[in-house]
Design a binder for this molecule. Structure first.
Ligand SMILES: [Zn+2]
Length: 245
């Protein structure tokens, strides 16, 4: 992951300071089980160290939404390393209603359009409620050698909240809004917070055989970004069609 894209090392695994929290259990598509949550601390700690990064360097943990496979390691990083947690108010509320054992302390509250800056790195956060009431999607710069790119992450993908019209409607509207935002910004790298959903494993494998001059496997271009966000929005619209009013 460290060599994935220069900014992602910074943003994704706290290379210089920011952790974009993606604490996936071993089987991201599986229902969340407490046993998986119990392994998260070791995954975060050992995973960062395996990448040659010091977990104590983590300054911010930006959590896309309050489900255990994304927020489950936040308490550990708060308690052990004093990292600041950034989440939406709605998803702090979600965790407080459910009171899981891994619930972190309420800390910084993300707002729509919020810029989180460390040195010359700035991540922009957008509230895109749908997958949860306070799902955060982000945009941030990365580098591939001298080339600059812009990453966009869609903060929550599945409709596992059930047939709730208001949520599906919000999901569709936010996908459309985020599509317009990322079009205007020129984002050309899309990262899912579930590696199984965006071809991450194949792309990482492709990096191993990449030779100078080859395109970067994670840089898909703004057109693909637009089509991806159009598709997720249309999926929400389609789901709305079959959910009774
Ligand atoms: Zn989720």
């Amino acid at each position: 992951m460290k060599r994935m894209l220069a900014g992602v090392a910074c943003a994704a695994f706290a290379g210089s300071s920011v952790l974009f929290a993606q604490v996936s259990p071993p089987a991201p598509a599986a229902p969340v089980l407490s046993a998986e949550a119990a392994n998260i601390d070791a995954e975060v700690d050992e995973g960062l160290k395996k990448l040659g990064l010091d977990p104590a360097d983590v300054k911010y943990v930006v959590v896309s939404h309050g489900h255990v496979d994304h927020a489950g390691g936040a308490k550990f990083l708060q308690d052990k390393y004093g990292a600041r947690l950034v989440m939406s108010a709605a998803d702090y509320d979600l965790m407080e209603r459910n009171t899981p054992t891994w619930r972190p302390k309420r800390d910084m509250i993300a707002t729509d359009g919020m810029a989180l800056t460390l040195g010359d790195f700035t991540m922009t956060l957008y509230l895109t409620p749908g997958h949860t009431d306070g799902t955060i999607s982000t945009v941030f710069p990365v580098r591939d050698g001298d080339r600059r790119h812009l990453v966009a992450t869609w903060g929550g993908t599945s409709f596992n909240f059930g047939p709730i019209r208001a949520r599906l409607l919000s999901y569709a509207q936010q996908a459309d809004r985020f599509r317009a935002l990322t079009a205007q910004a020129g984002a050309d790298v899309i990262l899912s917070n579930h590696p199984g959903l965006d071809g991450t494993h194949a792309r990482v494998a492709a990096l191993r055989t990449r030779t100078p001059g080859d395109p970067h496997p994670f840089v898909v271009g703004n057109g693909v970004m637009q089509r991806y966000l159009t598709a997720v929005g249309q999926c929400a619209q389609a789901a709305l069609e079959i959910v009774s009013a």
